[in-house]
Design a protein around this ligand. Sequence first.
Ligand SMILES: Nc1ncnc2c1ncn2[C@@H]1O[C@H](COP(=O)(O)OP(=O)(O)OP(=O)(O)O)[C@@H](O)[C@H]1O
Length: 312
Amino acid sequence: MSTDGLTVEVSHLTKRYGEITAVRDLSFTVEPGVITGFLGPNGAGKTTTMRMLTGLVSPTSGTATIGGKPYKRLARPSGTVGAMFDANAFHPGHTARDHLRVYAAMGGHPDSRVTELLHQLGLAEAADRRTRGFSTGMRQRLNLATALLGDPRVLLLDEPGNGLDPEGMAWLRGVLRGLAADGRTVLISSHVLSEVQQLVDDVVVIRRGELVAAGPWSRLAGPPAVLVTSPDAETLAATLATSHANAGTVLRVDTVGPGLLRVHGLDAPGVADLAAAHRLRVHELVTENTSLEQLFLDLTTGTLTNDRAATS
Ligand SMILES: Nc1ncnc2c1ncn2[C@@H]1O[C@H](COP(=O)(O)OP(=O)(O)OP(=O)(O)O)[C@@H](O)[C@H]1O
């Protein structure tokens, strides 16, 4: 891993458009060497924040810095930060190669980089086709290639997974993993949690321009719980407790209602196997959302109350 990782820092950032406060007193950091998901429902303020990080929008107050400096004060902005905003911002008559050449010239990057990226991002065969016929997946690849022209240490990608099929997502995961493993700082926004959950190490969640949660995915997501419906619930609870006490593992069983248990610390197959071994009846097993999934569901359905919100 390279040692020249750059931290992205947003500190007390606010952006107002007249009556609308798009971003409100927002603070978080994005570390190098990992992929950070920037999550929030539509209109939460993700794009506005990323635009402030790239100097495209001026903050009303607060700061947005890259390696300690605002974008406009970086010595080589396009060689330090690669950003991608709109997957459709191509001249329809340009080929992929034309498009990259224009941006390479603007950023002062060599033409050889264009050929290199066309290969690296799987666009070599489509290089001389006009972008008007490009699929969403090809557009996302071309956008990422554009962001990578200056071989930047920091990548700010707005909805890079938007419109990708599972194969495209797997490809994106591989590319971003490689970039992060090389010590780069990778921030990707999304309004769909499930889209990025296999992709990100850390998350920053915002709603209505404000921070809701931030930290490593593993800590925020928490282990899933299993909801068990059983006419033998009482015996099953006691059996689960005894067997795990004997095995020395941590397990918690809560009685939710008559015939209904919530088990923490054992997955659904584990509960089913144990019940079968003791000839106890199980009518239903449901793996519950992780706390992050539940939090995001509450955010998008607007049922979040302040005391449910957790920030680190
Ligand atoms: N130039 C602008 N003028 C006025 N209001 C704006 C402007 N840009 C953004 N907004 C408003 O600021 C809020 C945040 O928008 P933003 O695009 O940053 O959200 P987002 O999280 O990126 O949403 P999405 O997932 O839909 O892209 C929205 O209410 C939006 O309408």
